[in-house]
Write a new protein. Structure first.
Length: 362
C-alpha cells in the first residue's frame, strides 16, 4: 500500500506528459514537405502510450485517496482536483487568447465567440463540468471546448465509480481486472468516430493502475522479471509489425483495448529502470524539480494543446526545417511550463479553500 508520495509516479507523470506533448506537436508536421520524421515516428503511438500511462496513474492515485479519506471526502477532493484546474486553465487561456487575438490568430476561442454573440452562456456549462471535449469526441455533441482534452471526461467518470472498483479489487483483484478487460473489449465499437475515447473502454487502463498499487510490494519484488517479460512482449510486437508490414506504432499502440498489453509492458520496463533513474535524480538533486513539475502535470496537459495550436495557427509549420521544428518544440515546452507555474498558485489556493468549505458543510 502506498501512503506517502511516490517518486516513481512523479517520474511516470512527467514521462507521460512529454510523450503526449511530443505526439501532439508532431501532428503539426503531417503536411510537411521538408521533414518526415515527426509523422513517421512520433504521431499517434507515443501519445497513446502517454495517455494510457495517465489513466494508470489516475487509477493509482484514486486507490491511494480511497485508503486515506472517507468516501465523501474522496469525492470532494477528486472533484476539486479535476474541475478547479480545468476551469482555471480554460477561462485564463480563453481570456488571454482574446487579448492575443488583437495581433495573432487562434481558431475557435469559445470566449471570443461568446463575446461576439456566436455562443450562449449555456454552451459553456459542459466546459465548467469538464466534459466538453469528451461529449464532443465520443458522442458528437457540439460543445465549446478549448483545451481539447477528452480524457478529462473519462477521468471524471472513472473517479465516480472508483470506490466500487477499489472495493472489488480488495475482495477479488484478479477477477476485477479480468472483468474490466472484458468490459473494455465488449464496449469497444469500431463503428463510432473515437471508440477508444470511451470511459467504458478505458476502464481497464484505470483498473490497471489500481491493481499496480494494490500489489505494489509484489511488483517491487519481481520488477526485474516483469521488465524482461515486458521487453519480450514489445519485441514480439515489433516482429509482428515486420511480418505484417505494418508500422510498429500501429501494432504496439492501436486505437483498441489490446494496446494495454504493450502499455503495461512499458510500465514494467520503466518501473524496473527507475532505481537507476532515481540514483541519477538523487546525485543531481533533481527530485524536488521532478516533484514540482509532476504536481503541475495535469495543468500542463490542459495547456499544451492550446499552446501548440496557437503556435501552429501563426507559424507555417509544414515549411519549417528540422532545426526550426526543434526550436519551436522547445518553445512549446518552455511556454507551457512557465504558464503552468504561474497558474499553479491560483489553482492550489482555490482547491484548498473549496475543499475546506465543502468539507465544513458536510
Amino acid at each position: 500500500m502506498l501512503l506517502t508520495r511516490n517518486n516513481f509516479l512523479d517520474f511516470l507523470r512527467l514521462t507521460a506528459v512529454l510523450l503526449v506533448i511530443t505526439s501532439h506537436y508532431a501532428y503539426m508536421f503531417d503536411a510537411s514537405i521538408l521533414i518526415a520524421f515527426p509523422r513517421e515516428y512520433l504521431t499517434g503511438g507515443i501519445g497513446r502510450l502517454g495517455v494510457s500511462l495517465f489513466f494508470m496513474i489516475s487509477g493509482a492515485l484514486a486507490y491511494v485517496s480511497l485508503t486515506r479519506y472517507s468516501l465523501s471526502e474522496y469525492y470532494v477532493r477528486r472533484t476539486c482536483s479535476v474541475l478547479i484546474p480545468y476551469n482555471v486553465v480554460y477561462f485564463t487561456a480563453g481570456l488571454a487568447l482574446i487579448v492575443l487575438g488583437l495581433y495573432f490568430r487562434y481558431p475557435g476561442n469559445p470566449l471570443e465567440q461568446l463575446m461576439n454573440g456566436e455562443r450562449s452562456v449555456i454552451s459553456l456549462l459542459p466546459s465548467i463540468a469538464g466534459i466538453d471535449h469528451y461529449l464532443h469526441g465520443v458522442w458528437g455533441v457540439e460543445t465549446a471546448y478549448l483545451t481539447g482534452e477528452w480524457f478529462v471526461g473519462c477521468i471524471i467518470l472513472h473517479y465516480a465509480i472508483a470506490p466500487l472498483v477499489f472495493r472489488a479489487i480488495q475482495l477479488e483483484p484478479f477477477l476485477t481486472m479480468m472483468t474490466a478487460l472484458v468490459i473494455s473489449i465488449l464496449c469497444y465499437d469500431s463503428t463510432v468516430v473515437n471508440p477508444y475515447w470511451s470511459a467504458k473502454v478505458r476502464i481497464s487502463d484505470f483498473a490497471s493502475g489500481m491493481l499496480f498499487i494494490h500489489f505494489l510490494p509484489w511488483f517491487l519484488k519481481w520488477r526485474g522479471l516483469l521488465a524482461v517479460t515486458g521487453i519480450a512482449v514489445i519485441l514480439t510486437g515489433c516482429i509482428m509489425a515486420g511480418l505484417s508490414q505494418k508500422s510498429i506504432r500501429h501494432v504496439l499502440f492501436p486505437l483498441a483495448p489490446r494496446s494495454l498489453i504493450f502499455s503495461v509492458s512499458f510500465l514494467f520496463i520503466l518501473h524496473a529502470c527507475y532505481p537507476v533513474i532515481n540514483f541519477f535524480f538523487t546525485r543531481l538533486r533533481l527530485h524536488n524539480i521532478v516533484s514540482e513539475l509532476a504536481s503541475r502535470a495535469y495543468i500542463i496537459m490542459l495547456l499544451q494543446h492550446v499552446v501548440i495550436i496557437f503556435i501552429s495557427a501563426n507559424v507555417n509549420m509544414p515549411q519549417l526545417n528540422s532545426g526550426l521544428a526543434v526550436l519551436f518544440y522547445v518553445l512549446v515546452l518552455i511556454t507551457t511550463e512557465r504558464i503552468s507555474a504561474a497558474l499553479k498558485t491560483a489553482v492550489k489556493v482555490a482547491e484548498i479553500l473549496t475543499v475546506k468549505c465543502m468539507l465544513k458543510k458536510m
